[in-house]
Ligand binder design. Structure first.
Ligand code: AMP
Ligand code: GLY
Length: 421
């Protein structure tokens, strides 16, 4: 089988490595892939948002199955376009991807179907939003409606910060048209849990839970990033919480999407907060998380391609989805200065006795050398029987991966370990 994977980050590297385990797979093309992915797949210089480009490539190369991994092409309708020319895909169509593409849509969906989430108001007019804030409880959370590279959420501690946030999003248009509408919502507290799930639109099968670390520096200091590391499973996601999530959140969401004529097939990511009042949805993503995928897929024991095909064909109930009982830890190594400005072009080398898996996120191949080309450069991933051992194993391997100006967090998993005691 010839596969095509859209995207070019650490998540896509992890997906490709998992897909390769299926002996039926003869060729994997990554559009556009990256310098690390090039060692595991054939990279093609077609951008992840170039829908016409990917459709033409799929037709010309007789692609048997496509995996659309990032949010942008999903929200733009890449799956619809590929399916229209007969290429079977893993991923939601455009109508279903709106669950991530519009926060106003997802908040209204949750309200209508009684799915627990933070209380909120929607505004299309900056003046009305500013007037509302005068009496709103603080902190307040201000979110741009549309996609904003994961940066469209501002937590305002006081009225001044909240007003600034509204101006930044609605007047200065920091996130472009994504800020035409905003959601202002209640600030929730509690540990966060990421639950990625497979769904064929009827059945929902949660993957092993995980925990992201979004801030750039140790102790959750510094700016928000795309994610500096992950662990799985997440100890705050107990059996009791999992049971509540299935009944109160996962199944109601799948049923709601179907009832709306937006049947969701693919990976639905539940960003949850375990509040004193129970689990609530912070956000939905219409795709695998990054860097959650880098700890979740190494623990998957069943065949990823088989599961992906079952999601499309509506046969997930009859398909084995089994995860190991072990744990995993991913430590992201980034370029000094990320998520703001940073230098690129440094050579990445790895010691011969490296035992961890390395998923490359931001690197290019030049004359056979792997050079840094992004803020998040790579993730060092280890698995072990316990969370403690997985964290130790990942950190024991990080010093064996080298590039100039590298930095990483030293406390990935530390908060999770507290919950294990
Ligand atoms: P998002 O981009 O939606 O994942 O939001 C980024 C981060 O903002 C989340 O991971 C949470 O830590 C935080 N956040 C979002 N919504 C809320 C909320 N209602 N209350 C508290 N924190 C929130
Ligand atoms: N790690 C968060 C995300 O993928 O959105």
């Amino acid at each position: 089988m010839k596969l095509m994977v859209i995207g070019g980050g650490g998540r896509e590297h992890a997906i490709i490595k998992s897909l390769k385990k299926n002996p039926e797979v003869t060729e994997i093309y990554a559009l556009p892939g990256n310098g690390g992915i090039a060692r595991d797949a054939t990279c093609v210089n077609i951008g992840a948002k170039d829908i016409d480009g990917m459709v033409n490539f799929a037709k010309e190369n007789a692609i048997d199955f496509a995996v659309v991994a990032p949010d942008d092409p999903l929200v733009l309708g890449a799956v619809d376009a590929l399916e229209a020319v007969g290429v079977p895909c893993f991923g939601p169509n455009k109508a279903a991807a709106i669950i991530e593409g519009s926060k106003v849509f997802s908040k209204n969906l949750m309200k209508q179907y009684g799915i627990p989430t933070a209380a909120y108001e929607v505004f299309t007019d900056a003046e009305a939003a500013l007037a509302y804030l005068e009496t709103a409880p603080m902190p307040a959370v201000i979110k741009a409606d549309g996609l904003a590279l994961g940066k469209g959420v501002i937590i305002a501690q006081n009225l001044d910060e909240a007003k600034d946030a509204v101006k930044t999003i609605m007047a200065d248009k920091k996130f472009g048209d994504s800020g035409n509408q905003i959601v202002i919502e209640e600030f929730l507290t509690g540990p966060e849990v990421s639950v990625l799930s497979f769904t064929d639109g009827n059945v929902v099968v949660p993957m092993v839970s995980s925990m992201d670390h979004k801030r750039a520096h140790d102790g959750d200091e510094g700016l928000n990033t795309g994610g500096m590391g992950t662990i799985a499973p997440n100890p705050y996601y107990t059996k009791e919480v999992a049971g509540r999530c299935m009944e109160e959140i996962f199944l109601p969401t799948i049923r709601a999407m179907k009832a709306e004529g937006r049947t969701f097939k693919g990976c639905l990511y539940f960003g949850l907060m375990i509040t004193p009042d129970g689990p609530k949805v912070i956000e939905y993503n219409c795709r695998f998380g990054d860097p959650e995928t880098q700890v979740v897929l190494p623990l998957l024991e069943s065949d990823l391609l088989t599961i992906m095909r079952a999601c499309r064909e509506g046969t997930l109930a009859d398909t084995e989805v089994k995860f190991s009982a072990g744990s995993a830890c991913c430590v992201v190594m980034a370029s000094q200065g990320y998520p703001e400005s940073y230098e690129k072009g440094f050579e990445i080398t790895m010691d011969g006795d490296l035992t961890a898996e390395v998923f490359i996120a931001g690197a290019k191949l030049e004359n056979g050398k792997l050079l840094t080309s992004g803020g998040r450069v790579l993730g060092v991933v280890a698995t072990a029987d316990t969370l403690h051992a997985a964290i130790e194993a990942a950190y024991s391997q990080v010093p064996k991966v080298h590039f100039d100006n590298a930095f990483y967090r030293h406390d990935i998993g530390a908060r999770a370990l507290l919950a294990c005691n």
